[in-house]
Design a protein around this ligand. Sequence first.
Ligand code: LLP
Length: 444
Amino acid sequence: MEDSLSNETTLNQPTAEGTRLGELWSILPEESSRIDGETGGELAIGGVSVTALAEQYGTPLHIVDEAGLRRQIRRFIDGLRERWPNSEVLYASKSFPAVGMYQLAHEEGLSIDVAGGGEIKLALAAGVDPARLHFHGNAKTDAELSIALEAGIGTIIVDNFDEIERLERLLTRPQNVLLRVIPGVEAETHASQATGGDKSKFGLPMDQAKVAIERMQAHPLIEFEGVHLHIGSQILNTHQFAQAVENISSTGTFATYDVGGGLGVKYTYTEEAPSVESYLDSIVAAAKAHLPAESKIMIEPGRSVIARAGVTLYRVVSVKRTGEVFVAIDGGLADQMDIALTQQRYEAVLANRIDEPWVESVQLVGRQCESGDLLVDGADFPEARVGDLVLMATTGAYAYTMSNNYNGALKPAIVFVQGGEARLVTRRETYDDLLATHAPALGH
Ligand code: LLP
């Protein structure tokens, strides 16, 4: 396995007085570096300068460090296999549902967690083997289950009794299923991201789970494999994962235990997050203590796979000095929903002038009609000018996912960068795309 720090010995990642460059590298993609640009030092991701990327693809732009991403995926797959050979790593594709990402994940050997008909379609379009798809969700409709069954989906993670009734009615051949169980762990994270507590809308409590399992085991076409749990997202305390593994063991002895995703990542200069290795140590230690030795363990990380590898690039549209310094960019809440939804904090940097002294603490704001459209409250910048490039770090997970058309915003394009080359994997939405669904009202 490659050392996570290996890139730092080969890339130009300097520090500079009056800046926070030294701290910046640990939240930027692994393959980030400083290069000489027209206006001084600028950032390059995957060896491609941000100026070149902005010129060629426009802004706002999602940029993904492909080599860093592949390395992170291997940390999960190899790390779990070394500790528990009978294992499978699923990529929680809701964190970044781009066809190019499904392709890359499949190539690297990840199975895929899909949570709806749309994600099944995206995964199939990317050429993912349907047997490697695992279908989640607390309100799967007949139509979605039919799409899944017709595709020959690998596993369905059943959430409730109504879904069992649907499967009993729709199944025409044997189908592997897991049951989502509430493990009774209140995750220490934002309330909207905690999904393992007793009041969760996902899964069944232990007593009802036992009834559901008996019912499924009695059905001739339901191949009941085991149980699933997911305690929430952006969890920084690895003991909570271990606790969930211990709690779920009381549901019974099964072939498979899927212990979900949720590992938190480092978003800010000062925050710390557990390594993949310490996360795996925690869950596997709990599995060794509480789960059958011959069982299969599955995990389904999303955020921790893609968050650091992805950044978002914007252009400064206006700089206003009133009581505050407002630096306004050509995107906002419409492409960074997490800030309003989960109060997630991010860091941003003036990417085309990185080694000028960072002299001002600015309000980095977007263009949507909300005062909550504050991307960074106190970003350290050199004196920003119209046309500068702003890079928001660690925005690989859930930003593109939740991008929307607020104020007629267009969803950004996505480029993958590696070894000095960029490739477009998702184009920017156009005004025609925006109008297309309104065609009936337009009469064409
Ligand atoms: N498995 C299941 C069943 C899930 O519901 C999720 C995330 C994951 C795995 C992956 O969790 P991760 O490793 O990414 O933490 N909208 C929120 C995040 C919601 C997470 C939803 N479920 C946000 O933007 O922060």
